[in-house]
Ligand binder design. Structure first.
Ligand SMILES: Cc1cc2nc3c(=O)[nH]c(=O)nc-3n(C[C@H](O)[C@H](O)[C@H](O)COP(=O)(O)OP(=O)(O)OC[C@H]3O[C@@H](n4cnc5c(N)ncnc54)[C@H](O)[C@@H]3O)c2cc1C
Length: 396
């Protein structure tokens, strides 16, 4: 690093400035260092990769062998193809193995650390050890000069020919987040896809707050997407993996919830009416869902034989196809969402290098872009992949 003193301002010069010391920024630093570049990483927070540290319930779900087209969402879904082909889940697994981090699969292909997310943070920090990392330095301004870029913080200016913006999303503001990346991209002519919470619970009154705490398997259909996973009833609405995954999808479609996937519940209730008429409807439903949930759909406790077919039909419809209209899907606030949907439009980013097509030598990595992964390790995977690609290309 060269330090140039200009009147009162201290200017630090590097080859590459990376804004953001999350998974994307640190893996970009590692790739750029491997090519012998002098790298500065600037972060507004007081510690590296704070989202990684709390991710996966403290176990960090860092990759998924299903990472591919179809598990990432944004206005330009094809964008992910190039990056995901260049750095694969196997590459990430190799990296984790190289760091001797014990791992485990929760579901086939879905990898967590066995010993805690801090191991991933330590690996990233170790790999980026050759960079100068400036914590507690929020970047507030960026200028494009004849010599490259100047990034301003409260007390230091950083100059470099190349800049990588890896400032992440807007969720979990208590960890320290900013819209700096979005502002910079906009300032340089990039389109910003409006942001919203994703991977979060939703508020709805279609069920009852009294069901809070109950969870069951379900199938959610939203647009052309079909999600089979567990759903959790909450005091104010719905959560659990199925709902989290639904919120990453296109929410301009109505959400259809089937609480008895793969079951013809009308046929079962009709059979029960004829063959076991003294059972309550809740008891019949209780074979396919938690009893209290069954009671919610048929609270009066009458025998199933006393129900008209049309009433059973209506219960079957609610059980197998509760609809939350698209304009009634209210996501939790972004402060409680795991990720941000939207961000810097990828239409003007080179999918092989992550370089801006508008501003040469400006790169983007991670969640700041309009790419959001499904639940299951896809977002940290994306941050690691695009960080590596951006760092490598920026250094090359
Ligand atoms: C509770 C929770 C659990 C999660 N669990 C998982 C999981 O198990 N698996 C998974 O794949 N994903 C998970 N995610 C999502 C995942 O953590 C993120 O998508 C990923 O970490 C994004 O990495 P990033 O480097 O792009 O951004 P970030 O990790 O957000 O890093 C951005 C960095 O930029 C810094 N920054 C921002 N603005 C400025 C500025 N103006 N100046 C300087 N620095 C700035 C921030 O301080 C931050 O350190 C989870 C998220 C949350 C909130």
């Amino acid at each position: 690093m060269y330090v140039v003193y200009d009147i009162n301002v201290c200017m630090h010069k590097y080859d590459i400035i990376i804004v953001g010391a999350g998974a994307a920024g640190l893996s970009a630093a590692c790739a750029a260092l491997a090519r012998g570049r002098r790298v500065a990483v600037i972060d507004m927070g007081n510690a590296p990769a704070r989202k990684v540290r709390i991710s996966g319930g403290g176990r960090c779900n860092f990759t998924n062998t299903a990472a591919g087209y179809g598990r990432y969402f944004g206005e330009n879904p094809d964008f992910v193809r190039g990056a995901l082909a260049r750095v694969t889940p196997n590459d990430i697994l190799q990296w984790v193995t190289m760091h001797k981090i014990p791992i485990e699969q929760k579901a086939p292909g879905q990898y967590f650390t066995a010993s805690g997310a801090a191991e991933i943070v330590n690996a990233l920090v170790q790999d980026a050890a050759g960079a100068d990392v400036f914590y507690n330095h929020p970047a507030c301004d960026i200028l494009h000069t004849a010599d490259g870029f100047v990034v301003t913080t409260h007390d230091i200016k950083f100059a470099a020919q190349t800049v990588i913006i890896a400032t992440g999303g807007m969720s979990y503001p208590n960890l320290g987040v900013s819209d700096f990346g979005l502002r910079v991209a906009k300032q340089f002519g990039h389109k910003i896809v409006p942001i919203r919470p994703a991977l979060c619970s939703i508020r709805t009154d279609v069920f009852s707050g009294a069901l809070a705490g109950i969870s069951t398997m379900c199938e959610i259909t939203i647009g052309r997407e079909r999600i089979a996973d567990s759903i959790m009833f909450t005091h104010r609405g719905l959560g659990g993996p199925a709902i989290y995954r639904a919120t990453v999808r296109d929410l301009t479609h109505d959400m259809h919830i089937n609480l008895v996937p793969g079951t013809d519940i009308m046929r079962i209730m009709r059979d029960a009416k004829h063959n076991a008429g003294c059972k309550s409807v809740a008891t019949v439903l209780g074979k396919f869902m938690p009893t209290n949930l069954g009671r919610f759909f048929a609270p009066d406790g009458r025998n199933i034989a006393d129900y008209r077919d049309s009433d059973l039909c209506e219960i079957a419809r609610r059980v197998s196809d509760t609809i939350i209209p698209h304009n009634k899907i209210i996501c939790a606030p972004i402060s409680q969402a795991e990720v941000t949907r939207g961000g810097i439009s990828t239409h003007d980013i080179n999918q092989q290098t992550m370089e801006s097509r508008i501003v040469p030598h400006m790169y983007f990595a991670g969640e700041v872009m309009d790419v959001t992964g499904d639940l299951g390790g896809f977002n940290i995977h994306w941050a690691l992949v695009t960080g590596r690609i951006a760092g490598d290309a920026a250094a090359g």
